[in-house]
Ligand binder design. Structure first.
Ligand code: COA
Length: 307
C-alpha cells in the first residue's frame, strides 16, 4: 500500500509527537514538535505534511522558505519510499517559492538543529543519494549547568556587581521592552535575532537578560527563543563600543542559571567564539552539524507556478 500525503492537521500533533519520539534519535524533536511543524519563523508559516497508511500517521515533514525543517518516518515504516515522498513534497514547495537551492534544517529563527547531526550518518547518506551536498559545518557546545562552579547564582550576582562597578546595569528584560529591544537588535545585529529574542521574551520568566549604561542598551543574551523548552542558549550580542567589559559573560551566566532550573545541560547553539564560552563557563561536549543543500533541478523559466 502506498502512503498518502496530505497537509498535517493541528489535530495530528499528539500522533506527530509520538512519531518524532520514535524516529529522531539525534534531536529532541518530539519536545518541540509544535514549534517545528506549525510555528512561524521570520520567513512565515511552514507547510507541513502527513504521510499515512491505513489512516495511521507514519511520517511527517515541514518546510518553510528554502529550508526543509524536518523529515521523519517511523522506524517500522522505513525503506518503503515514504521518506522520499515527504522530501519530494517539501522540495516541490521550495521550488514553487522560486528558491534555487534547498537546504536542510538550519532555518534562521526556527531550527531543530543548525544542520544534520554528523552522527546521523544514515540520514546524511540518504540525503546524499537524493542530490544533497555537504557544504559546511556548524557547532553546538554543551555546558554543564548543574554542577559547574562557574554557573551558580552566586557567580551571576558577582558578575552583575562587577558590571555595576563599571557603570552597567545588568538585569532580566521585561516583556514590555519587546519593541524597543527588537528594534535595537535589528539595527545592531539583524538577521533572525530580533525574532528569537521576541520569542525568548515571551517565556515565563522572560528568557532575555540585558546590560545598559546611562539608559542605553549595551548587550543582550537570550535562551529558549528557538527550541523552547530544550535549554538552548542564544542569540547574544554586545554592541562593539561595550565589548571587553565582562557583559557577555555576565549575561551568559544569567541565562545559564535560568536554564539550570529545568536542565542539567545547556546547549549553546550555532556558535561563533568557542574560546569565549570555554573560558567563561567551560565546555563538556559538542555536536557538529552538516549543512546540506541541493540545487534546483529547474531552470528559472521552468519552475512550476505557485498554485
Ligand atoms: C531519513 C528517513 C526520513 C528516510 O525515511 P525512509 O522512509 O526510510 O526513506 P525511503 O524509504 O524513501 O528511502 C530509504 C531507502 O528505501 C528504498 N526503498 C525501498 N522500498 C522502496 C519503495 N517501495 N519506494 C521507494 N524507495 C524504496 C529507497 O530507495 C531508499 O534506498 P537508498 O537509501 O539506498 O536510496 C528516515 O530514516 C528517518 O526518519 N530518519 C530519522 C529522522 C532523520 O534523520 N531525518 C533526516 C533529517 S531531518
Amino acid at each position: 500500500m502506498v502512503a498518502t500525503l496530505a497537509a498535517l492537521d493541528p489535530g495530528d500533533l499528539p500522533a506527530a509527537r509520538d512519531l518524532l519520539r520514535a524516529s529522531c534519535a539525534h534531536d529532541r524533536a518530539a519536545q518541540v514538535a509544535e514549534e517545528k511543524l506549525f510555528g512561524v519563523s521570520p520567513r512565515g508559516a511552514p507547510v507541513a505534511f502527513a504521510a499515512r497508511k491505513g489512516g495511521i500517521l507514519i511520517g511527517v515533514a515541514a518546510t518553510c522558505g528554502d529550508r526543509v525543517r524536518l523529515v521523519a518516518v517511523h522506524p517500522a515504516a522505513r525503506g518503503e519510499g515514504v521518506g522520499s515522498q515527504l522530501l519530494g513534497a517539501c522540495e516541490a514547495e521550495v521550488w514553487k517559492g522560486a528558491a534555487r537551492r534547498a537546504r536542510m534544517l538550519d532555518e534562521p529563527g526556527n531550527y531543530l538543529a543548525p544542520g544534520v547531526d554528523v552522527a546521523n550518518v544514515d540520514a546524511i547518506a540518504w540525503l546524499g543519494r537524493r542530490g544533497y551536498i555537504r557544504r559546511d559545518e556548524h557547532t553546538n557546545l554543551l555546558v554543564d549547568v548543574r554542577t559547574n562552579p562557574r554557573v551558580t547564582v552566586a557567580r551571576a550576582v558577582e558578575l552583575v556587581a562587577r558590571a555595576a562597578e563599571r557603570g552597567y546595569e545588568v538585569r532580566r528584560a521585561r516583556r514590555d521592552e519587546a519593541e524597543a529591544l527588537s528594534a535595537a537588535i535589528s539595527i545592531g545585529f539583524g538577521g533572525a535575532w530580533p525574532f528569537e529574542v521576541e520569542r525568548a521574551l515571551a517565556s515565563d520568566p522572560p528568557g532575555v537578560h540585558v546590560a545598559s549604561r546611562d539608559g542605553r542598551l549595551a548587550a543582550f543574551a537570550a535562551h529558549d527563543g528557538n527550541n523552547r523548552g530544550l535549554g538552548w542558549f542564544g542569540p547574544a550580542g554586545t554592541w562593539p563600543e561595550h565589548r571587553g567589559q565582562g557583559l557577555g559573560e555576565a549575561l551568559l551566566v544569567a541565562c545559564l542559571v535560568d536554564i539550570a532550573a529545568a536542565h542539567p545541560t545547556a546547549e549553546i547553539a550555532w556558535i561563533g567564539p568557542r574560546e569565549f564560552y570555554q573560558r567563561a563557563v567551560g565546555v563538556v561536549g559538542e555536536r557538529t552539524f552538516a549543512v546540506m543543500t541541493k540545487d534546483s533541478p529547474f531552470k528559472r523559466s521552468t519552475i512550476p507556478p505557485a498554485m
